[in-house]
Design a protein around this ligand. Structure first.
Ligand SMILES: [Zn+2]
Ligand SMILES: [Zn+2]
Length: 240
């Protein structure tokens, strides 16, 4: 009901300015970016070469060999995939999702179809990367939980928003913060409050954007310490 009202309010508000280029967005299904910006956005088709572990974009042409970027060798998750590259319409949509708990129809479709074409469908639990209590109160919602709910509803896979917690308020990841600084800022930030819920389970971690991988790797570390057998990561976007 709420979504229906919200959708029609959005429809009334269109056309609105594209948040990636300032042209106008004609179609509410495109959300906050125009058709042209969506066309420019690199949405993964499955034909490109991605790092078999972290999903980093390596080459446009496909190959039959597994390829690794090796920057992710020390990460604790098993594999990570994203809808596309953090750029143009996808970057604008990720930024918007930090302000409003809303995912437009076309992006929702891309997110679900990427999941359906992934190897993540046999997971037992969908777990959003948590915010600290402080950040949650400031923002009013967790954007990773918004995405997790969409996926759980569509797939029927159980959503667990309470087992994994962020116990310290780590500084926001800023542009210019290098890999090392990011890694230090999220080390020991996470904890599993209800280990019996994740014990023996394959877990799918959800976040809005995969940057250095330090956050999701630290989440995976504590989930595995609590007995999760596999930890996969699924995000809207992957930075280059
Ligand atoms: Zn645009
Ligand atoms: Zn990698």
């Amino acid at each position: 009901m709420f979504h229906k009202i919200f959708d029609s309010l959005l429809t009334l508000a269109y056309p609105q300015a594209c948040q990636a280029c300032d042209n106008s967005v004609e179609n509410s299904a495109d959300g906050i970016a125009c058709r042209l910006c969506w066309k420019k956005t690199n949405i993964f088709s499955g034909a490109e070469i991605l790092c078999a572990k972290c999903g980093a974009f390596l080459q446009a042409k496909s190959s039959n060999f597994q390829t690794f970027c090796h920057r992710c060798d020390g990460h604790f998750y098993d594999s990570a995939r994203a809808v596309g590259i953090y750029d143009h319409a996808l970057a604008a949509s990720v930024l918007h999702l930090k302000r409003e708990p809303f995912v437009a129809q076309n992006l929702r479709k891309l997110f679900l179809s990427r999941f359906q074409n992934s190897e993540f469908q046999n997971v037992a639990l969908i777990v959003p990367v948590p915010l600290s209590k402080k950040r949650f109160l400031e923002r009013g919602f967790n954007q990773a939980a918004v995405l997790s709910k969409i996926l759980a509803k569509q797939s029927g896979i159980k959503l667990d928003e309470h087992s994994l917690v962020r116990q310290t308020d780590t500084p926001m990841h800023r542009v210019g913060m290098d890999g090392k600084a990011r890694a230090v800022s999220v080390e020991n930030a996470f904890d599993v409050k209800r280990p019996k819920f994740v014990e023996g389970a394959k877990v799918l971690l959800i976040d809005d954007v995969f940057t250095s991988g330090a956050t999701v790797s630290n989440c995976a570390k504590v989930l595995k310490k609590s007995g999760a057998t596999k930890v996969y990561v699924f995000t809207l976007a992957k930075t280059l």
